[in-house]
Design a protein around this ligand. Structure first.
Ligand code: ZN
Length: 571
């Protein structure tokens, strides 16, 4: 299938023959069990990679095209078919993994590929049994339903019909009344769909709890950890990290919002003021998709030879779709087309600084995928769990700071301040999302309204600055409904907050010792998922965020920059 002349549009979609694929995997599994030498096992492992590659590529193509236009019924039907059919394939994959774990050549496998491969297989074996398949199918269907509901938003405002991305742009508007009205309409979209979202999430909690029990646990949470690929930390470590955030970052965020109130001339920062960081407006990107991409091409050529080669590959093969259009899923992501060794980046640009975030964040993911695919010997190692992957993307955001003038002109300082402030204020919100999920899955019997009250309590704990100005739905906790990860990717969210720590460390090191920082970053990208979480951090000379004092150590540099800027403006 591999063809170096391709562009994304020219990739022909053919529904993968999943029955044939299952039979091929079964045959490889039988041969692994019968193999009499490690060389034979190794050849079979590479053969399994080859047979999976084309099918995975087709699944990804269908997914991308479905999100590019959620109204296109062909890809909608393909996704419905694949959502339903793919879980059955997992039984065949797990049988293959079991054969390798039980192989007399397992020591050779670990010597050749490193111990992480069989450890990861062990996790996947523990997280799977046949009884889970019907649950996984229903889970996928519910997640699709939530996504469609979110994408269906068509809010009439300012003479346009806006989706949720479009309306959020007005949260930065100079006129407070406009911001307030935009936020009210945003809130109203969720409150008017509350019954549907309650039903979808209630069933998801029920299904996931049953899955946890079917995997031998008392709740969903330990299964969620396994599915996130965690092998060297658990719930206690994560709780200790959340406690550090509460102690170190919540008071800092309160200071930042107090300063922001003074700066924009309001008594109290309301939810609809949080994105209005400056009185004369936030930094505006200097142009639309084409102009910004042209700047990104220059920037990546300046950062390093590797990033230069990468960005030429992305543009040359049309691997970014960034413009907002009706029917496009309101999301942003990076995915990969393994048969083409090609990342793909999806976003809906809305003319805010978030657009530049995509060109640094999602392209950071894409760069890491591009490097790992070309550095790792086996497909399992080309991707990694997001507690590492988000270091790739968030650090790239920091590495792009010196280039902010290219995107924002004389608004560059404002961009840097706002971006750094948001990187920090995000963390308490992120740990609140994580704690929310722990509470929900530990107490699956909560009613939907009780769950929403849990969110409200967590806002009081982690976001004491948050005020909704007489919005009863938000004031009883409705804000969590917008968070797609809570529906689609359980136990994932903490990763963004853990990785903020890595990004803040890289930020400091890139400014104090640029060459060493870049080399460590490159090593981390190339390593993909070939080691455990803590070992990858050690490889990149990053600290372990669960250890006492680590949040202070990681964020102290950024805090000094922010507080210094505030001091200067108030002097
Ligand atoms: Zn990301």
């Amino acid at each position: 299938m591999k063809n170096s002349d391709f562009t994304f549009e020219t990739i022909q979609y053919v529904r993968p023959d999943l029955d044939a694929l299952a039979a091929q995997i079964d045959a490889i599994t039988a041969d692994v069990t019968a193999a009499t030498s490690f060389d034979a096992v190794k050849a079979l492992m590479h053969r399994r990679d080859d047979v999976m590659r084309d099918a995975e590529t087709m699944v990804t193509v269908a997914h991308i095209r479905n999100t590019l236009d959620t109204r296109d019924s062909f890809y909608e039907d393909e996704m419905a078919f694949l959502d339903n059919a793919l879980p059955a394939l997992q039984a065949h994959m797990v049988a293959y993994q079991k054969a390798l774990v039980a192989s007399p050549f397992r020591n050779d496998i670990s010597r050749e590929f490193g111990p992480e491969l069989l450890t990861a297989y062990g996790r996947e074996i523990a997280a799977f049994n046949e009884t889970l398949i019907p649950y996984m199918q229903e889970e996928a269907a519910l997640c699709t339903e939530y996504q469609k509901l979110i994408a269906s938003a068509a809010i009439p405002f300012d003479g346009q019909t806006l989706n949720l991305y479009g309306i959020q742009k007005y949260f930065e508007h100079e006129d407070r009344a406009v911001r307030k009205e935009a936020f009210r309409l945003y809130s109203e979209f969720f409150s008017s769909h509350e019954a549907d979202m309650e039903r979808i999430f209630d069933r998801l909690v029920e299904i996931r709890t049953a899955m946890g029990k079917a995997a031998g646990f008392s709740t969903y949470t330990p299964l969620g950890y396994l599915l996130q690929g965690r092998s060297d930390y658990g719930q206690e470590e994560v709780a200790s990290f959340r406690a550090q955030v509460k102690e170190v970052l919540v008071p800092l965020c309160e200071k930042l919002y107090e300063a922001q109130a003074k700066r924009i001339g309001v008594d109290t920062i309301m939810a609809y003021d949080e994105n209005r960081v400056f009185p004369d407006g936030n930094a505006q990107p200097i142009g639309g998709v084409d102009e910004l991409v042209a700047q990104a091409v220059k920037m990546y050529h300046d950062i390093s030879p590797e990033t230069g080669e990468f960005i030429d590959f992305m543009t040359g093969h049309h691997l970014m779709d960034l413009a907002n259009r009706p029917g496009k899923a309101a999301t942003g992501y990076m995915t990969e087309l393994p048969a083409y060794e090609a990342p793909f980046v999806f976003s809906c640009f809305n003319g805010t600084i978030g657009d530049v975030g995509v060109l640094s964040h999602e392209l950071g993911h894409a760069f890491a995928g591009y490097m790992a695919t070309r550095s790792q010997p086996i497909s399992e190692y080309t991707g990694c769990s997001t507690d590492i992957a988000e270091i790739h993307s968030m650090s790239m955001e920091q590495f792009c700071y010196p280039y902010a003038e290219m995107y924002f002109g004389d608004g560059a300082d404002k961009y840097r301040f706002q971006h750094l402030q948001e990187a920090i204020t995000f963390v308490p919100f992120g740990v609140a999302v994580d704690e929310f999920q722990h509470v929900i899955y530990e107490n699956p019997g909560l009613t939907p309204k009780e769950r929403t009250a849990v969110w409200h309590d967590l806002e009081l704990k982690y976001m004491p600055w948050r005020k909704y100005d007489n919005d009863p739905f938000m004031e009883r906790g409705g804000y969590w409904y917008h968070k797609i990860h809570i529906f689609l990717y359980p136990m994932y969210y903490i990763n963004y907050t853990l990785t903020t720590m890595g990004a803040m460390e890289f930020k400091k090191r890139r400014e104090t010792n640029p060459e060493e920082a870049w080399n460590d970053y490159l090593a981390l990208c190339k390593a993909g998922g070939s080691m455990s979480y803590k070992n990858l951090l050690r490889l990149a000379n990053l600290s372990i965020p669960f250890e006492a004092g680590s949040v202070e150590r990681a964020c102290g540099y950024a805090r000094d920059i922010l507080l210094h800027a505030i001091q200067k403006e108030q002097a």
